[in-house]
Structures are given as C-alpha cells and as structure tokens.
Ligand binder design. Sequence first.
Ligand SMILES: C[S@@+](CC[C@H](N)C(=O)[O-])C[C@H]1O[C@@H](n2cnc3c(N)ncnc32)[C@H](O)[C@@H]1O
Length: 341
Amino acid sequence: MIQSGPLFPTLLKALGDPTRLRVLGLLELEELSVGDLARCLGMAQSRVSNHLRVLREAGLLIERHEGTSTYLRSALQGERGADAYAVRVWSGLREGLATLPEAQADRVRLADLCARRRAESSLFFDRLAGAWDEIGAHFSSGQARERAAACLLPPGLVLADLGCGTGYFGRSLLGLAGHLILVDQSQGMLDRAAERLSSARGGTRLDLRRGELDRLPILDDELDGAVAGLVLHHLESPGEALAEMRRTVRPGGCAVVVELAPHRETWCREALGDRHLGLEPRDVTAAFRRAGFEEIRLEELEDRYRPRPPGGGEPADLALYTVRGRVPYLRPSVPRSHPST
Ligand SMILES: C[S@@+](CC[C@H](N)C(=O)[O-])C[C@H]1O[C@@H](n2cnc3c(N)ncnc32)[C@H](O)[C@@H]1O
C-alpha cells in the first residue's frame, strides 16, 4: 500500500537526495557516529548533521546514546517497526545507489575505517595483555565465568558426588548439573552438605541419598557422570565402588575419581579414617579398566592436599591425581547388581 498523509512528503524529501541515500547506504552496513559518517563521506560534520536531521524527521534512523556519543544505524533494514512502504522504496533505490561512484568510494573509506579500528583495538589489547591478569581478576565471586562455562554443557545433566562429605566437590558441580545426587554413608556429612549447598544451588535440584559406594542407591544408567573425590582410599575394595560407578553411569557418560598418591603420613589412618595411605595411580587405572570403562586417562594435578596432623605440626603435602573413564556405548551383557532403594 502506498503511504499517504503528512509523512509521505517527508519521506520523499528524505530519499530524494543522493547524499542522504549515501548516508543510509553506509548506515545499513555499520553503526556509525556523525564523525565516522563525515570521514566516510569526505564531508564536514555540519553538512552531515543537516542531512541527518532530515533523515531523523522521516523516521529513517535508529539512534543509540552512550555517554556523550551518539551512534546511528538505518531504520530500513526490515526490522520490526520499520515502515514497510519506506523499506520497499529503499530496496529499489539501493540498487541504483550501488552504481554511484561516490557510494562506491564511501564503501572503500568505510572498509578502511573499520580495518583501522580493528588494528587499533588489537594494538590496544596487545599493550594491555601484561596487566590484564590483574584487571580481569576483580570479580566479587568469579561465578560469572563458571556459569558461562556451564552453559557449554547440555542442560539438565544428572551428576553424582559419591562420598560427598560436606559437599566440597558438589559445590563445583552446582552450575553444571540440572540434578545433583549426593551420596554418603554418613547422615552427619549429608546434613552438612545440604546446609552448604542449599543456599547456592541456583537451578540445580539437590537429591541427598544415604548409602554405600559398593552398593549405590542409584539406578542403572541414572547418571550422566559421577565423581568420587578423595573417597576410594577410605574403602576396603575400591574396585567394587568403580563397578558401581560403571553400572550407574549411562553409556557415553564419564566417571572421575580424585585420589591421593601413596604417602607415609600414618597419622591419616586414625585421624582421617584412611584405610590406604594413598593409592597407586596405576592400580586405580587398572581398576577402571576391570570395571569396564574405556578412554581411561590419568592426570597428575599441581594441586596438593595439605591436611594438618592432630595436635598441630607441619601440614602434610600430599600429591593428587585424577583418573577418568568413559562408559562404552555398546555394553557387553553382564549380570547387574541392583541398587538398594
Ligand atoms: C575424605 S571425605 C571426602 C568428602 C568429599 N568428597 C571431599 O572431597 O571433601 C570421605 C567421605 O566418604 C564417605 N565414605 C567413606 N566410605 C564410604 C562408603 N563406603 N560409602 C559411602 N560413603 C563413604 C565418608 O563418610 C566421608 O564423608
């Protein structure tokens, strides 16, 4: 439908000038300031401002204000709210504009301007690189990056923290899991974990289950992934816990343990309830293989566990590693145990 009424002459006037068409041509490629436009058009800013006033009156500009600067773009890009008749007229005029030598020169100057901006920006950050570790560290909690990292994972993952204790590991799973199952034999530990995690749980559903690692209160294939952090060395038979992790993690999912390398801090038996003074990484890797995991990876960590002996004294300095494995997609048919519910 052809536009009528008082806006029609305003539109005709706005689109009836080659310089204003050149302005619109530039503003549909990039958002620009008046100064940028003047540079691309090779004109004084005052002349450009006069043309912008006419385009503004016809409703052909979108403006964004940032501090004292104003940035402009064309309102004729088929966005919601753009005048449909004006958009149609513009699309016809745009073809003709592309053949104007002045408009072609505008595009070359715009490309130069953008290339210079990119080069200036990368030089600016080159200069800042040495200081960025300090500047980029000022966050109140650091949660922003963790949350962003969590967005890379499929939503709604079902994860388990096995032998969760007071929920140290569980806390770092909160952003990642849609449903977090916390298992521990000790009700006291589960209560503390509930206290620690409830306030910070965000969108994660918490599910506390009392039970044993060699008979997990979890269904076959219920989990997308499971972690047992600093737990296997408490168990008589770590292999049975790994078999249970294999049963409860779905095909394609991963299980990971964090463990202590062998050490000589004998006080850990009585003070921390350790049955083994650390575990040999190769034994844990072999136990993953026997349990039926594949893609098994051992990683030594820089982090150290530094518990203090009772009654004071120097803290221990214990080496840590992780072993992770993936449950194969095609499972051999093995008889399965059933969880206690
Ligand atoms: C050293 S804490 C580690 C807790 C937590 N994963 C962490 O890293 O802070 C060991 C936890 O494993 C639990 N645990 C030990 N043996 C277990 C078993 N057989 N079944 C279930 N939980 C067990 C203990 O109750 C304790 O909470």
